[in-house]
Structures are given as structure tokens and as C-alpha cells.
Design a protein around this ligand. Structure first.
Ligand code: GLU
Length: 423
């Protein structure tokens, strides 16, 4: 027994509150390892940094940055960095914890970490963005490293930002440390297949779930929330498999077309300016996205989107969590009662970190694989993990989320126990 954390007061649907309730649900399946469960309910280490930069107009701006290392029992910390005006310490804690569970679920030799800066990158010039990135990297440089904690892209961060992070860290240590971040540009130690890996993993797990539900992907209707690196790639792969993308929502609004949106024209437009200017669909109110007629729902935006109310009205039979933490616990219960299958984030979107792992391994060996090899290994790891989770779910008659937590938390807490407490 221990006291609650003083620096965060989780509320019911907050990301950290959601994570804690997911952990509580797994305790009955942990056997003697439950003794260690408290370790999952607090981050190992959390750093808050000030990120001051000189703006283009000569003023000085300060941004708040975070890096949270939730758990390192199974290996170095691993997880992305997001730039978003609403980022908080509590959110980054939850995201770091989900990374711990995710890396363990697919059995990568990592712990979990996450970072963020409370900033709206759309309001920064390219030069300001570079300054923010470099100063943040320098500030968290005392706790990251190829063997300590390896950042990667997340919401609003990309290969260019990873290149600046790699360069800043390298300059500070006096070398070229490609293994300090993943998701880098190809010619700087990046890996083929990394950009599409998260969306690909969503597709691979979704295809298997559909097969088990006896749902034919040809003609299946798919609704996607969030049309960034995860949602748009998943949509493309589902469309290639014959599915119809009937609704897409992004930060500009929601478009629908019951006959399927034409992705070839939508994708470039969405990347440039968002989805609402698209002529091949109807713009509808954002709230209508949640009860659109569809078979598969892919929340691939931010946390807490699938609320109880939205879970009650969705027509989907399958939910694929491209985002981290999109479903609140009450919604999970409603979906389970309604017989809607949820492939949880901690396995569904693990494709990104899996290819990040390949990138890190390739950087260490300075030997690079071709894309076929990467995709084959990715598919194999995701399918093995999913099958094991499915067996666990069937054995205990629990949801895929609780089963994923059961498989992952057993690995994490076993490592914790074997390492023992120091001193
Ligand atoms: N940001 C991604 C995630 O949430 C990838 C993290 C990584 O590659 O380390 O899983």
C-alpha cells in the first residue's frame, strides 16, 4: 500500500485516470505478481523542463516540456514526443505508461516513456520550431540516450524534428548518436517502412480481427477519426483491401460519403489543408461522425474521444484504436455489452514502435534491411502478439484490452521481480 501521487489528481476520464482503471482491471489475472502492481501506478521518473526561445519578432517565449520514463524494467525507455497546446504532465504520464504496456505486449526489449511540449507548432515558423526542438532536446538530454530512453515521433512531430533531436544530442555528447531517436530521415539512420508502420499495424490487427468476426473487408464500411500519419495510412490500406472509407474527421471537420471517399484525391488535399475542402463528400457536423453507418471505426486522433455516449450510438462492430487512449473505461464497458470488438491501442498501434525497434537495431549494427524484410517481420510480430492476446482473452473470458494488459503486465512485473529492489 502506498499513498497516491501528490502531483496529479486523476479524474475519471482523464488519460491517467483511464490508465489506472485499466491497471485495476488486470490485477485479478496477475497471480502472485500482483504484489508488484503499484510499480505500474507511478512513473519511475518525470522531468519538467522550461524551453525558452527567441521568437522571430525578437520576443522571448517560454514553453513547458516534459519527458516521463514510466518503467524501464525490461529495457530502455521508449516512446514519442508530441507537440500540442494541450499537453500536460498528466497526459504524458499516461502516454508513457501505455508505452510500457505496448512494448511489453509485442515483447520488445523496452520500457515505456513519452515526452511532450505544450506548444502549438502550427503557430511557429520553421526556425522557431527548430529552436524549440533543440532546446527541449538539450534540456532532456540528461535522461535520454541510446541505452537510456529513445524518443520518436508522435502527434505533430516528424522525421525532420527527429533529425534535429539526433543532431542536438549528438553535438552535446560529441559524436553521432543515431540510436538516440527513431523515426529519423532515411539517410540519417532511419528505417524503411517506419513512416507507414503504425497505420500498417492497425491494418494488420484489423484484418485479423475482421477475419475472426467473419467480416469481409471487401465492401466493409470504415470511419476514421484523425487523418494524420496513423489514420490516413490505415485508411489507404483498408481501401486497398476493398473496404470503403465512408467518413473521415480531422481538425478541420468531418466529411462523409456512403459510397466511399476517393482517397487518391482526398489524401494530398488532407495533407495540405485538411479534409473539409474535399469535393467528393458531404461536410457534416462533427458529432454526426459517431453514428455514421459503418462496420469499422478507427479512432486515430487523441485520447478520450470515444465517450460512453458515443459508444452507445456507434454502429461499428469493430473498433481499431489507432490513437493512444481513445476509449474511456465506461465506453469500454458499453462496447463490450453491445458486442462491439475493440482491438486496444496497446496492440493495435504497436506497429510504429515495432519498426522503431528495427530502426534502433539497424543503427547499432549499421546494417540496413530492405522494406520487404521489415514489413514481414512487422506482420509476424504483430500477429504473434495478437494471437497470444486472443488466447488469453478466450481463456479468461475477458476483453482484448484486459488480455493485452494481462500478457504485458506479467512480462513487466516478472522482470521487476527478477531484478529485485535496489538497494
Ligand atoms: N508515438 C508512437 C506510439 O505512440 C511510436 C513511439 C516509438 O516509436 O517509440 O506508439
Amino acid at each position: 500500500m502506498s499513498d497516491d501521487l501528490s502531483y496529479v489528481q486523476p479524474t475519471i476520464n482523464s488519460p491517467w485516470g483511464t490508465y489506472l482503471s485499466q491497471v485495476d482491471r488486470v490485477v485479478p489475472y496477475l497471480g502472485n505478481l500482483a504484489r508488484w502492481v503499484e510499480t505500474l501506478k507511478r512513473p519511475k521518473r518525470a522531468l519538467i523542463v522550461d524551453v525558452p526561445i527567441e521568437m522571430d519578432d525578437g520576443t522571448i517565449a517560454h514553453f513547458e516540456g516534459y519527458r516521463v520514463q514510466h518503467n524501464m524494467s525490461r529495457g530502455p525507455g521508449k516512446g514519442g514526443v508530441r507537440f500540442h497546446p494541450d499537453v500536460t504532465l498528466e497526459e504524458v504520464m499516461a502516454l508513457s505508461a501505455w508505452m510500457t504496456v505496448k512494448t511489453a505486449a509485442v515483447n520488445l526489449p523496452y520500457g515505456g516513456a513519452k515526452g511532450g511540449i505544450r506548444v502549438d507548432p502550427k503557430k511557429l515558423s520553421q526556425q522557431e520550431l527548430e529552436k524549440v526542438t533543440r532546446r527541449y532536446t538539450s534540456e532532456i538530454g540528461i535522461i535520454i540516450g541510446p541505452q537510456q530512453d529513445i524518443p520518436a515521433p508522435d502527434v505533430n512531430t516528424n522525421a525532420q524534428i527527429m533529425a534535429w533531436m539526433m543532431d542536438t544530442y549528438s553535438m552535446n555528447v560529441g559524436g553521432t548518436a543515431t540510436g538516440v531517436v527513431t523515426g529519423k530521415p532515411l539517410h540519417l539512420g532511419g528505417s524503411l517502412g517506419r513512416v507507414k508502420a503504425t497505420g500498417r499495424g492497425v491494418f494488420v490487427t484489423g484484418r485479423e480481427a475482421a477475419r475472426r468476426l467473419k467480416m469481409d473487408l471487401r465492401g466493409a464500411r470504415v470511419a476514421v477519426q484523425g487523418f494524420g500519419n496513423v489514420g490516413s495510412v490505415a485508411a489507404e490500406l483498408f481501401a486497398e483491401a476493398g473496404a470503403k472509407i465512408v467518413a473521415v474527421q480531422d481538425h478541420t471537420g468531418t466529411i462523409v460519403n456512403a459510397n466511399g471517399l476517393d482517397l487518391k484525391t482526398l489524401l494530398p488535399l488532407a495533407r495540405a489543408e485538411g479534409v473539409v475542402g474535399f469535393k467528393g463528400g458531404d461536410v457534416v457536423a462533427n458529432d454526426s461522425f459517431w453514428d455514421v453507418a459503418c462496420d469499422i471505426l478507427i479512432p486515430a486522433a487523441l485520447e478520450g474521444q470515444l465517450t460512453a455516449e458515443r459508444a452507445r450510438k456507434t454502429q461499428a462492430k469493430l473498433v481499431l484504436e489507432g490513437a493512444n487512449g481513445p476509449t474511456v473505461p465506461a465506453a469500454d464497458d458499453i462496447l463490450a455489452e453491445r458486442g462491439v470488438l475493440v482491438v486496444p491501442d496497446v496492440i493495435c498501434n504497436a506497429g510504429g514502435v515495432t519498426v522503431s525497434y528495427f530502426e534502433w537495431v539497424q543503427d547499432f549494427s549499421s546494417f540496413f534491411w530492405d522494406e520487404d524484410e521489415i514489413n514481414q517481420r512487422l506482420d509476424r510480430i504483430m500477429m504473434n502478439a495478437l494471437n497470444q492476446i486472443w488466447d488469453t482473452a478466450d481463456r479468461h473470458r475477458i476483453t482484448l484490452r484486459t488480455a493485452t494488459f494481462a500478457v504485458a503486465c506479467e512480462r513487466i512485473l516478472m522482470a521487476r521481480q527478477e531484478r529485485g529492489l535496489y538497494p
